[in-house]
Design a protein around this ligand. Structure first.
Ligand code: NI
Length: 190
């Protein structure tokens, strides 16, 4: 089932997510729905808060950008309770986008290597190192689990410059071409 994507301004995107206690059929079905939602919205990552669930769950498929970022070749992950164990390398600046922020893309500085531990839907524990754009996708998505959006990591001047665009998303005036949901308190002008 395709799920609506919750947009900037919705309070669920600002909550710190809860750990998932155990595997379940419901969890496996939710993971399938999240992959479908991500693919049909042309995203390379989706975190549970973006579909309205405040739990530590992320899906990633970097294949669509593998031609530009070889480290994303075959990168298909379901991350349950991901924990960053190590961050290293240079800070690199690259543009990011987010399905919860339609129409926006901004430069974000992040480190280029990390080690991550997580569980999959069979509850198997994994530890692996990632670099380049793969590490960036993981950092972007795990930020979502802490209630952090990439626009929190851009310069104050840039954020001021896109303030009107952010407000338009929060009000429901900038809707994407995929099913989406704004905060119940969004003030509709039309
Ligand atoms: Ni995002």
């Amino acid at each position: 089932m395709r799920l609506p994507v919750y947009l900037y301004g919705h309070p669920v995107l600002r909550r710190k997510c809860d750990n998932i206690e155990e595997p379940s059929d419901e969890l496996t079905a939710l993971v399938e729905d999240m992959f479908r939602t991500m693919y049909e919205s042309d995203g390379v990552g989706l975190a549970a808060p973006q579909i309205g669930k405040s739990i530590r769950l992320v899906v990633i498929d970097g294949q669509p950008v593998a031609d530009r970022c070889p480290e994303c070749e075959g990168l298909k992950l379901t991350l349950i309770n991901p924990e960053i164990e190590m961050l290293e390398g240079e800070q690199v600046t690259r543009p990011e986008g987010c399905l919860s922020l339609p129409g926006l893309s901004e430069d974000v500085k992040r480190v280029e290597r990390l080690r991550l531990t997580w569980r999959d839907t069979d509850w198997t524990e994994h530890t692996r190192e990632f670099e380049g754009f793969a590490a960036r996708i993981i950092l972007h998505e795990t930020d979502h689990l802490e209630g952090i959006l990439y626009v929190d990591r851009i310069s104050p001047i840039r954020k001021q410059l896109i303030r009107n665009k952010l407000n338009a998303i929060a009000r429901g005036d900038t809707m994407p071409d995929y099913p989406a949901r704004v905060a119940p308190t969004a003030r509709k002008r039309r």
